[in-house]
Write a protein that binds this ligand. Sequence first.
Ligand code: ZN
Length: 307
Amino acid sequence: MMNRLYDIGANLTDSMFSGKYHGKQVHEADIEDVIERAKDQGVEKMLVTGSNLDESRTAIELAEAHKNLLYATVGVHPCHALDIENSLDPTKYLAELESLASEGKNLGTVKAFGEIGLDYDRLHYAPADIQRKYFELQLDIAERLNLPLFLHSRACASDFEAILRPRLPRLPRRGVVHSFTGTLDEMKVLLALGFSIGINGCSLKTQDNLRVASAVPLDRIMLETDAPWCEIRPSHASSKILNNQPQTISLPKSAKKEKFTKGLMVKGRCEPCAVIQVAIVVAALKGIPVQELCTAAWDNTIAMFGS
Ligand SMILES: [Zn+2]
C-alpha cells in the first residue's frame, strides 16, 4: 500500500521549475513532470508557497490549474520584506495581499497565510526591524483572515516568540513552523504555544538536527521538501540513515541541468517526490514504520489545512 503524503513546502513558483536558473533559460519548463513524479511517490497534496504578492498570485494560479492536488499560501517571506517597504504604497500592497488571501480562502485554493516570519540569518535581504514591522502587520491580517499560519523562523527564536505569544488568543488555528532547524528547547516552546513542526531535508542535516527531529511528537509533525531547496545530500547526517533503510524507494535518476533529459530529475534541484525520503528518515529516527509516520503527518496536515 502506498503512503499518502502531503508536501507542505513546495516552492513550485520558483523559476527553476520553468527551467530558468539565475535568470537564464537552461532547459524547458518541466513543472508538470515534477508534479507527476510527486504523484508517483504517493504525494496526494502539495502546498505551494507564496513568498511575496506576485508569487502568491502565481501560487494560486497553479492551485487553480491543479484542483484538489495543489493549494497555495499567501504572504510575504521575511527575506522579501523590502518588497513591501520599497513598493509605491506599502499600505496598498498589504491590502492587496489580504484580499488575495481572502478570495483564495473562499475559493478553497488558499489554505494558509504565509510564508511569514523572521530570518536573522539573512539580514542582507531585509534588516531585522523591517522584518519585524511586516511580520506584525501581516499578523494583523492573519487575525482577520482566520487562516492557519505558514511560518518561517531562523535564528530569531526569542523575537519570534515575543511577537506571536500575545496574539495567540486571536490566532486560534495556529499554524506550522516550517523547515524547522532550531534547538530542542526552541521546539518545546513552539509546541507549548500550540504550533506544529515542519520537517524537511534542512531539518535533518546534523546529528543535533536528527535528535530534535526524532523528538517532534507524532501528533504535531508535518512533512515537506521546501523544493527546489533543502534536498537530502550525501554529506548530511540523514543520508546515512536513508541508505541504511531496507525499503527501496526508486526516485527517478537525475541529470545535470545542462544535460536536461525529460523524465529525469535535475541534479541539485529538490522536488516534492523527495518528501518520501524525509518520511523514511524521520520514521527510522522514531523507530516506527514509515506508514505510521506518513499517516500521522497526513492526518495532522488535513486537520490544520482542511481536505
Ligand atoms: Zn522558509
